[in-house]
Design a binder for this molecule. Structure first.
Ligand code: FAD
Ligand code: ZN
Length: 471
């Protein structure tokens, strides 16, 4: 009997052009392992379509051959979602060649882009017209808008602008049978039944291939203010957040929490970053923006922080006096992940909770971790304004880090059980991919999991879209 895979391989060059079907081992290399080097798979080919029609043709051919498809954007995902399995039969569909702006409508405040466009390029295209696309991640030079949609990416401006989901007005996607769903209408109001685009946001490529999207734009910020506050407790940080929201409303764009240890690590490995007042257990990085050029924003931030100090909520605060000083304050927060990596391996958790539940969660979880892993060091930081914490565990001083990492699954259960008890989520930003499939079944309700399976079966009955991911 003919090998359907071989037939497929013969057909692909006719669909996208020979130059856009990669099969040599060296050419496949950048596509078959993830960014962290944690997952490595094998693929029959990497196909690089140049249009939605070409994506549809590839999907139809793969469907006929019963071959699994792994959609891939910038390959910066942190859960192995864009890495094929080890069987060597799956096809990677890389959207990288589909990287154009289709339309930019200033009056409608929208930009329509192809899925393979790097996030930084979308930001630049918006800025070139005086508008602002607020999604911002440390990976923005490499990650793509299709990957951002498929992981519902968050980042540092969620407090004001929301996740990718809140920024998306329409999508175009190729379904598992090769048909094309298009909702690229750029409407802010459209109550005509089920909002189908939502299914594809955060689906990690398991329901179809996103080929384009309409994204919201905003007026560009003209003034900004950055400050660092020192705090005596997480409760105080939450009280400060509430005060700043009341004082600044939606001009507050960032509120990043850092524990003293995460800040110390950041400064140890990046000595050029700003000083922080020593001797406090917690710090918050505060960022505000206004699109009115003459707004007295810095004064408003300074007044709110002064009142917080007077009320005993904040212990100390520094307002950046220049753009450069503001950047050096941000560097404290941005360098934590890299500093942690240099310090040694970590058991990482990307969790979210209702902001109000965070103090009780931390109290419980810290006690349980101290009992299970005596001496382990907690490196806690994150987007407190969104209730999203990077709650990481480093080996005790002098302990063999590799042996410590063996306790990963046990630590995950301690943390995720506590998260579940306090009404939170075990994956706030980075998704499920291959990494957290078992946790999905463990921590989501039976009703949620069975509804997810029903959606998957309805949209991809043969299971060819990113098999082995999420569910
Ligand atoms: P990929 O890694 O290529 O794919 C991710 C998933 O989406 C896979 O399941 C893949 O199959 C699927 N997919 C990709 N493109 C498509 C498509 N067109 N159609 C259907 N499915 C598709 N994430 C955050 O949320 N917040 C952060 O602050 C953040 N910071 C990061 C910092 C660094 C340094 C790094 C390396 C990563 C960070 N990430 C962050 C994670 C990552 O950058 C995001 O998940 C990003 O959205 C992935 O985009 P990508 O194009 O690289 O997708
Ligand atoms: Zn984050």
């Amino acid at each position: 009997m003919a090998d359907p895979g071989a037939t497929l391989l013969e057909r692909l060059p006719g669909l996208v052009g020979r130059a856009h079907v990669l099969t040599a081992a060296a050419d496949l290399e950048p596509f078959i392992a993830d960014w962290r080097g944690r997952y490595r798979g094998a693929a029959r080919a990497v196909v690089l379509p140049g249009s939605t029609d070409e994506v549809a043709a590839i999907v139809r051919a793969c469907a006929q051959a019963g071959t699994g498809i792994v959609p891939q954007g910038g390959n910066t995902g942190l859960c192995g979602g864009a890495t094929p399995d080890e069987g060597g039969r799956q096809i990677i569909v890389s959207l990288r060649r589909m990287n154009r702006v289709r339309a930019l409508d200033v009056a409608n405040a929208t930009i329509t882009v192809e899925a393979g466009m790097p996030l930084a390029a979308v930001q630049e295209a918006a800025a070139a017209t005086g508008m602002h696309f607020p999604l911002s991640l440390a990976s923005e030079g490499s990650c793509t808008i299709g990957g951002n949609l498929s992981t519902n990416a968050g980042g540092t401006a969620v407090l004001r602008y929301g996740n990718t989901r809140e920024l998306t007005l329409g999508i175009e996607a190729v379904l598992a049978d090769g048909s094309v769903l298009s909702t690229l209408r750029g409407l802010r109001k459209d109550n005509t039944g089920y909002d189908l685009k939502q299914l594809f946001i955060g689906a990690e490529g398991t329901l179809g291939i996103v080929t384009a999207a309409v994204m919201k734009l905003f007026p560009a910020p003209r003034v900004s203010a950055t400050a660092l506050a020192a705090l005596g407790s997480v409760d105080a940080a939450i009280a400060l957040l509430a005060r700043l929201k009341a004082a600044l409303a939606d001009r507050l764009t960032g509120f990043e929490l850092m524990s003293a240890l995460s800040l110390a690590l950041s400064r140890k490995h990046h000595p050029g970053s700003a000083e922080a007042p020593p001797g406090h257990p917690w710090y918050a990085l505060v960022h505000a923006e206004d699109s009115a050029p003459d707004a007295a924003l810095a004064a408003a931030v300074e007044t709110a922080l002064g009142e917080a100090i007077e009320a005993g909520v904040a212990a100390d605060a520094t307002l950046a006096q220049s753009v450069d000083q503001g950047k050096r304050l941000w560097a404290l927060r941005e360098n934590i992940s890299e500093a942690q990596r240099r310090e040694g391996p970590n058991i990482k958790h990307d969790i979210s909770l209702p902001v109000s539940a965070i103090p009780a969660f931390m109290h419980d979880c810290e006690r349980e971790l101290a009992a299970a892993f005596p001496g382990a060091r907690l490196v806690v930081f994150g987007h407190l304004g969104d209730g999203n914490l990077h709650y990481n565990l480093a080996a005790p001083e002098g302990f063999d880090p590799a042996r410590f990492m063996d306790g990963g699954e046990r630590a995950n259960h301690v943390v995720y059980d506590a998260v579940a008890r306090h009404g939170g989520s075990f994956s706030a930003e980075h998704g499920i991919g291959q990494l957290k499939r078992a946790d999905l079944v463990r921590y989501k309700s039976a009703v949620e999991v069975s509804l997810m399976r029903a959606v998957k079966a309805a949209l991809d009955p043969e299971g060819i879209m990113n098999p082995g991911k999420v569910l």
